[in-house]
Design a protein around this ligand. Structure first.
Ligand SMILES: [Zn+2]
Length: 375
């Protein structure tokens, strides 16, 4: 048992939640469920229309997948393009960053692609989507100028910036040019402009290095907290709660539990820090869902934190150009054991309410900035 170092009040709350499970989202749904789930079940705070070679599905196809089960969604591509280097992989055309040793580069046209697709939609379709700007280099002092230029070129379209990455396992090191850093003033310029224009920020930053040793302080924790605290007026969503495919939740051995906090305790420490009140977390990515539902104990602990801080978490799928409803909805359905333990209030906020609050405010503020700045 690990009861000593897991967050105690979370366990108490989860016990309360357990007794309320019958009134939560306790529906079982068969694996590979389709879009004919309950209407308006969730909003998707993290969705990629295209992949690492800028291929994917078109927006009408995505609206078809959303059908009436998903009310609203973010909309972004992937800012990085995997080069097809003939010298490296010959006739093999890589579509993912792990499939080639060739570098990735910033593909800024992604923003024009998303904007033109959005502008072809009807007003009713547009109202369901929040396009995001991603095609900027966060290691370039000029990166912020790209963001401003996209807003002035396509007014009325974008709600925020991201998902963009600073530290991401395998990816950061592959990007051509200077490696991004949490201490680079180029990033501060971008986050400062996001505050000025009201842009919602979705930031990917692994909390730790891949295969980190148990009991070690997560390497990027200090830097990421300092960065977030430098930008108290920027609305920031930290993607995946800082986790990655092989950036595991921070683990502590029983012997070290008194000294070192676990992943959930690190998150709770951030949630209770008044200097980080502008930061929310998305629980997107099936890799994150895997950690959350790994054991009955993890399910209870995660549900406990969501119930205690229901205003600070957003559900997202982090699916990339899904081929159809089955792979798209599989991520939401993975969370079923956690949904069952949430209070109705927490469940509604994580699935929908926080999205509406944050992205509605982003829309309102960005439109106001455009009205004042776009001639
Ligand atoms: Zn993503």
């Amino acid at each position: 048992m690990t009861r000593n170092h897991w967050f105690r009040s979370a366990a108490v709350l989860s016990a309360i939640a357990l007794t309320m499970a019958g009134v939560g989202l306790g529906r079982a749904r068969p694996l590979g469920a389709q879009s004919q789930g309950p209407a308006n079940e969730f909003n998707d705070s993290h969705f990629h229309l295209t992949n690492y070679v800028q291929q994917g599905i078109d927006v009408p196809a995505f609206l078809g997948i959303m059908a009436n089960r998903v009310s609203r969604s973010t909309l972004f591509g992937i800012p990085l393009q995997q080069q097809w280097s003939y010298a490296n992989s010959g006739d093999y055309a890589p579509t993912y960053y792990l499939q080639s040793d060739a570098p990735l580069y910033y593909y800024s046209f992604t923003d024009a692609h998303v904007a033109s697709a959005y502008l072809k939609l009807t007003p009713a379709q547009r109202a369901r989507l929040d396009p995001m700007i991603t095609g900027f280099n966060p290691a370039d002092m000029y990166g912020v100028d790209h963001v401003r230029r996209v807003l002035t070129t396509f007014p009325g379209v974008f709600t925020g910036i991201g998902e963009f990455s600073i530290h991401k396992e395998f990816v950061s090191a592959k990007i051509a040019g200077e490696t991004a850093s949490l201490t680079n003033p180029a990033l501060d310029r971008i986050l400062a402009f996001a505050a000025e224009a009201g842009l919602v920020v979705i930031l990917h930053n692994d909390l730790d290095m891949p295969f980190a040793k148990p009991d070690a302080e997560p390497v990027y924790l200090t830097q990421v907290k300092a960065l977030l605290k430098r930008h108290p007026k920027t609305t920031i969503i930290w993607a995946h709660v800082g986790l990655g495919r092989i950036v595991h939740p921070v683990r502590v051995s029983a012997a070290a539990a008194e000294r070192n906090p676990s992943q959930l305790e690190l998150v709770v420490a951030m949630l209770t820090d008044p200097a980080l009140a502008h930061v929310s977390f998305d629980i997107s990515w099936d890799e994150v869902a895997k950690y959350a539902i790994a054991t009955p104990d993890s399910i209870t602990r995660v549900a406990g934190v969501l119930n205690q801080y229901p205003d600070r978490f957003l559900f997202g799928t982090d699916t990339v150009a899904p081929a159809g409803p089955a792979p798209y909805y599989a991520v939401f359905d993975m969370w079923a054991p956690v949904w069952r333990l949430l209070t109705p209030e927490a469940s509604l906020k994580v699935r929908k309410g926080n999205y509406e609050r944050i992205f509605d405010e982003g829309r309102r503020r960005v439109r106001a900035w455009e009205a004042a700045n776009v001639k």
